[in-house]
Write a protein that binds this ligand. Structure first.
Ligand SMILES: Cc1ncc(COP(=O)(O)O)c(C=O)c1O
Length: 391
């Protein structure tokens, strides 16, 4: 019996995943729908984190606070032990979430009207954030290899960079698809971005969720002399299921860029952090390793189960993700319209998955399924999926 076998009731807790489906999917009633969509886990966070938060709550005063020296050191140590990456603690800039970090980076380092490059399909804020800040999004689709894996098409990537792009937002590892970029790919991205003088904003929020012993490579770690063109956005929130705490940090080796980011923070009144952020981050990074080491094989087994079961449906194909807890399900061979498959899943299966086009047009023919839940829930999800295809 694993700690992750426990089922925790989340309905009626103001959970986006469990309680916002009615609005998100336009339903009259979502009370029987199983949510396997937005990226948070149904697991209890590590006990050490809950304990640290409880102790902090018992102090009963929640005034303005800042990140403790111990919390900052825990980031340095985490990067060192987990990713063999030595960072300088002075290079860290804090923020309220990784999406906010992306937005602040766009505002700080590009101007309205500038072009921002992304590799699609990709996490929706990658196109929404630059667009809503008045930047132009240039999309360079990933291309499919024979084995079904998606890779960067460097010819197209270079052509895109040559259109006077100012920044590239990298998703490392990639969501959706869970691709772990290898060193050669990352080095080529750095080389080309240097050639066209493009800033790299690297979202590495999924870095710690490596499946089957895969190794995450922070792009800044292999950037050599180009390190100053990289802003890395990270957080313990995806790793330890603390998304609602909303804490993130950017690793910004270039001092001038740090000052620019701090100026954007101040200008938008974001100078302060949630008082629970420091304690949660520190407890997760200093005491969360055993929990994480138990989590990863559990997720991997859930993925194996889903793949084995769903691939029994003719026309469904799954490439097991190398990272994250999100399965990218390929149903292109079924030749079904997205709205029809979503209708079947929601109405017959009573199952909420993410439609692929949420990640860009290149996601058409795919669904994203979140398997960060107990095996019992995964089994339920699989049954619901199959039921949707019985007729
Ligand atoms: C690639 C990526 N970046 C950022 C986020 C969200 O970050 P935050 O909740 O810290 O804003 C997610 C959540 O799914 C994600 O997948």
């Amino acid at each position: 019996m694993s700690i992750f076998d426990q089922t925790i009731k989340r309905r009626f807790t103001n959970s986006v995943k469990w309680d916002a489906m009615k609005m998100v999917y336009g339903l009259n009633d979502a009370s029987e729908i199983l949510p396997m969509w937005v990226a948070d886990m149904d697991f209890a966070a590590p006990t050490a984190v809950s304990k640290a938060l409880q102790e902090h709550a018992e102090r009963t005063v929640f005034g303005y606070s800042f990140m403790s020296e111990e919390a900052i050191q825990s980031i340095v140590d985490w990067q060192n032990t987990r990713h063999d990456w030595q960072i300088d603690k002075d290079s860290i800039v804090f923020c309220n979430g990784v999406v906010a970090a992306l937005a602040n980076s766009i505002v700080a380092f590009t101007n309205p009207g500038d072009k921002v490059l992304i590799s699609t399909p990709v996490y929706p804020p990658f196109f929404n954030i630059p667009k809503s800040n008045g930047r132009e999004v240039v999309s360079c689709p990933l291309v499919e290899k024979n084995d079904g894996k998606f890779i960067v098409d460097f010819e197209a990537f270079e052509q895109a960079l040559a259109q006077n792009v100012k920044a590239y937002i990298l998703c490392n590892p990639h969501n959706p698809g869970g691709y772990v970029w290898d060193e050669a790919t990352l080095k080529e991205i750095v080389r080309l971005c240097a050639q066209y003088d493009v800033l790299i904003i690297s979202d590495e929020i999924h870095a710690d969720l490596m499946i089957n012993g895969e190794k995450h490579i922070p792009i800044a770690k292999i950037a050599g002399d180009e390190i100053n063109r990289i802003v890395t956005c990270m957080a313990p929130t995806k790793t330890f299921n603390l998304a609602g705490i909303q804490v993130s940090y950017m690793i910004v080796p270039d001092k001038k860029k740090r000052l620019q980011l701090e100026a954007v923070n101040m200008a938008s009144g974001q100078g302060s952090l949630n008082t629970f952020a420091s304690v949660a981050l520190q407890a997760a990074y200093t005491e969360g390793t055993p929990w994480l080491d138990e989590l990863l094989p559990y997720i991997s087994a859930n993925m194996d189960y889903v793949k084995a079961e769903l691939e029994q449906i003719p026309g469904i194909r799954i490439i097991k993700p190398q990272s994250t807890y999100l399965i990218w399900i390929d149903y292109r061979e079924l030749k079904l319209e997205e709205k029809d498959i979503m209708k079947r899943l929601l109405e017959i299966g009573q199952l909420a998955l993410e439609p692929g086009t949420k990640y860009g047009e290149e996601g058409r023919g795919f669904l994203r399924m979140n398997v960060a839940c107990s095996f019992e829930t995964v089994r339920d999800g699989v049954e619901r999926f199959k039921k949707a295809f019985e007729q």
